[in-house]
Design a protein around this ligand. Structure first.
Ligand SMILES: NC(=O)c1ccc[n+]([C@@H]2O[C@H](COP(=O)([O-])OP(=O)(O)OC[C@H]3O[C@@H](n4cnc5c(N)ncnc54)[C@H](OP(=O)(O)O)[C@@H]3O)[C@@H](O)[C@H]2O)c1
Length: 260
């Protein structure tokens, strides 16, 4: 039996990926930090899609012991795909972090994805599809959102390099860079506080999942999701770096976000 591994399954976007993959008949191995949420999701998925098998294992990807335990729990499984959806979008001035929070954010957002990809590669079926959820924040340094942007940039770079390194080994790597997604309540509230243009460009998790699955099926290496985000990325390329940084600083210094 071949499984699809999904991290961040307990989150809004991750849950949405799980439902879409289950609807395609894929057997799932789902992970996230909360065992209760995983049990609940497993019950929902198996009730709705009785033909598939759904296994789960709770794991904080920033904890070495828990990652080892996850590898042990999944050591006899074979994977046809891995979706690295887990990520911690903590946003605040760097000086307001603690050392633990720094480790948590980097590990949950980048190191966890690297480790799960490595694990899936060593337990892969004939073909392996690797799908990484980065962010438009990966495209440039972001004062006041620095660690998140840097972690997502690392994931973006890793994905792009692996998409070539693994291309002759029956493995595809797709990295998507979404802009705002209407997921958690605090994220939706934040989106509402933005200007009209930014509000309109925010996407539903279902939209992001659909575009991601299409991009992965077409073997795309790297996709910025949404016309608004593509345009903004193009336009910002013409602005001098200092101006970009001042613009980002002014916008992000006013807000704080820490749901973890
Ligand atoms: N929402 C947006 O506007 C947006 C935009 C671009 C990219 N993204 C990315 O999309 C992904 C999903 O975000 P979302 O909006 O759906 O947020 P979410 O509901 O908070 O989901 C985040 C998921 O990541 C998991 N996670 C975080 N740190 C972890 C760790 N150390 N170990 C294990 N799991 C960890 C969370 O687990 P718990 O449930 O246990 O906390 C949760 O399942 C993230 O990678 C995010 O960066 C989001």
């Amino acid at each position: 039996m071949i499984y699809t591994l999904v991290s961040g399954a307990t989150g809004v976007l991750g849950g949405c990926f799980c439902r879409a993959l289950a609807a395609r008949g894929e057997n799932l191995f789902i992970t996230g930090r909360s065992a209760d949420k995983l049990i609940c999701l497993q019950r929902q998925l198996t009730a709705e899609y009785p033909a598939i098998n759904v296994l789960f294992h709770p794991c904080d990807l920033s904890d070495d012991g828990q990652v080892e335990a996850l590898f042990k729990a999944a050591e006899n499984l074979v994977f046809g795909a891995v979706y690295n959806v887990a990520g911690a979008d903590v946003q605040k001035p760097f000086e307001e972090y603690t050392a633990d929070k720094i480790r948590f954010q980097i590990r949950g957002t980048f190191e966890g994805a690297a480790l799960l990809t490595f694990f899936a590669l060593s337990h892969r079926a004939e073909k392996l599809q690797i799908v990484n959820v980065s962010s438009v924040c990966a495209q440039r340094a972001m004062p006041y959102f620095a660690l998140y942007a840097a972690s997502k940039a690392a994931l973006d770079r890793l994905s792009y390099a692996l998409s070539y390194e693994l291309s002759e080994k029956n493995c595809s790597v797709t990295c998507v860079l979404p802009g705002s997604i209407k997921t958690r309540a605090d994220v939706r509230e934040y989106i509402q506080s933005l200007g009209r243009f930014a509000r309109k460009s925010a996407k539903s998790p279902e939209w992001v999942v659909e575009k991601t699955l299409k991009a992965a099926a077409r073997g795309k290496r790297r996709v910025i999701l949404g016309a608004h985000n593509k345009f903004l990325n193009f336009a910002l390329k013409f602005a001098p770096r200092g101006i970009q940084m001042k613009f980002i600083s002014r916008r992000w210094r006013k807000t704080r976000k820490d749901a973890f």
